[in-house]
Structure formats: C-alpha cells, structure tokens
Design a protein around this ligand. Structure first.
Ligand code: ZN
Length: 280
C-alpha cells in the first residue's frame, strides 16, 4: 500500500494553463496517492506562441510557473517547473516558417538561455531540450544537437538537470558524453519517454508494466512518468494522470519496494537534488 510516508513523483507531465483541466488532473493524481510533479512547459506553438526571439518564450514559461504554483496547492508534496524548448519546434520553424536550420538553432538556443534565467532565479528546477524523435535532414539534425549542447552548457553553469526528448533508443551514451564534455555529469541528464533500460542518461520510464518491471529488476537509477497531455500528433501515446500512483501501488504489491524508493526518493535526489520525503 502507499502510506503517508511514500512520495510518489510523476517526472514528466504537462498541465494545460488555459483551463482547469490541468488542475483537475492534479487532483486526480493526488487522490490516488501522488505527491510530487515535475511539470514541463507545453510546446510553445501549442499555446499559440510563434516565437521570433528568445524573449517570446517568456510567456510560455511564466504561464507554466503559474499553473505549477496552483498545482502545489493541491499536493501533499509539491510541483516544480521544468522549462525549455521542445525539439519539434525546429521542424515547425524550418518546414512551415521559412527559417534556415542555423536561424532555427539560434532562436531555440536563445529560448534555452531564457529558460536558464528562470532556473538561475530559483523559479524553475531544470531545463528541457533534446532532438527530434523522427528523421530529419542532416542540417536540421546538426542544429538540434547544437541546441541540446547549449542546454548542457547552461545546466553545467547552473548545476541543474536537463530533461531530453529524443529518438527512441536504449543507448544514448554519445549524448551523455556531450553533457560531460560541457561539464554536466551524466546523472543530471534524463531521457524522458524512456523504456526500462538505457545506457548513458537516466531513464524516465513510461509507466507501462513491462518497462517498469525491466527497470525495477535492473536496479539502476530510474524515474517514472506519464507524459500526460503531450503532443496531439501522438494520440494515445500518453497515460492518464492517475497512472504513476497506480503503478507504484502495483510495484509495491509485487515486492518492488526498493524500486519504488529508487524512482521516488533516491533518483530524484541524485538527478535534481530534491528531497521528496522532506517536502511531504
Ligand atoms: Zn512531454
């Protein structure tokens, strides 16, 4: 059973800042025993923001910070914002808005720099970056990698973590090495939407039972997530807000107490420096 001393963290979900669906999701999560959330800003264009400069991302970040404050009110623990630029923006800029890959890179790096200001001010916990999960031309791939490496540089300066959105993979060792070259330890890099095993960054495992069992038996650091309300172009790929507490209950019923402690206490401390027990 989940008791009052068990923190339950969803490491990656989105809350809609434009209506109360977002807060209803938090209430559902809390009602099932969820205690802590890392809330990632929605892709800027989903909020109607067609950024021309890095400053244009501020509106997206501030709306996320506001809903995170409202979410914290509903939780036994608390929520934290994770801010950055969705890697799919590169395609929107290049394919739909006439940007060259290098111009897109510059704009997205400027957005990362603005996100980093919020981390520096203590208003956000971590940065979000990555590269497309689908095939793109080489110049767009290079631009995307350059944006990700900027995020690693800023995170190294700030001593914060980076959540990555990338292609599906069980081996991102090269990406972890880029982080280390920038001065960011690989345990501060998290691959969101991960399966149960991953070389390189820390996996944030989608809450499917097979993947969780793999992660639990592997015994390496991992996190759990739903990616609730992500891209509408991946319908059905996301799980509901009650899923992490439900899967924690299932893990406990199946003898995986140490895996629950791993994903909800030890790995959050290792990656983000947060104390999920002390903030209950
Ligand atoms: Zn997401």
């Amino acid at each position: 059973m989940i008791d009052d001393e068990t923190p339950v963290l969803d490491n990656h979900l989105h809350l809609d800042p434009d209506n109360h669906r977002g807060i209803d999701a938090v209430r559902d999560f809390a009602h099932k025993g969820g205690t802590h959330l890392l809330v990632v800003n929605k892709p800027s264009w989903h909020l109607g923001v067609e950024a021309e400069t890095g400053e244009d991302f501020r509106d997206v970040f501030e709306r996320t910070i506001e809903i995170v404050a409202a979410a914290s009110e509903e939780l036994e623990g608390r929520a934290w914002p994770v801010l950055g630029v969705h890697p799919g923006l590169v395609s929107r800029l290049v394919d739909d808005r006439g940007f060259g890959p290098e111009e897109a890179r510059d704009l997205m790096q400027a957005g990362i720099d603005v996100a980093a200001e919020y981390v520096e001010a203590g208003d956000a916990l971590a940065l979000k970056s990555g590269r497309p999960h689908y095939d793109v031309e080489d110049a767009v791939w290079d631009a995307s990698n350059a944006v990700m490496r900027r995020a690693f540089e800023r995170a190294a300066d700030l001593e914060c973590a980076v959540q990555l959105h990338t292609e599906a993979s069980e081996d991102l060792t090269e990406v972890a090495e880029w982080a280390e070259e920038a001065g960011l330890p690989r345990h501060n890099v998290v691959k969101h939407y991960a399966g149960g095993r991953l070389a390189g960054p820390i996996p944030s495992v989608m809450c499917e039972k097979d993947a969780l069992e793999t992660a639990a038996e592997r015994g390496e650091p991992f996190l759990m997530e739903t990616d609730y309300i992500d891209d509408p172009d991946r319908p059905g790929a996301v799980l509901g807000p009650k899923t992490v507490p439900r899967r924690v209950r299932w893990l406990l019923e199946n003898g995986h107490e140490s895996a629950v402690r791993n994903a909800h206490v030890e790995t959050p401390e290792l990656v983000y420096g947060i104390d999920t027990e002390g903030t209950l």
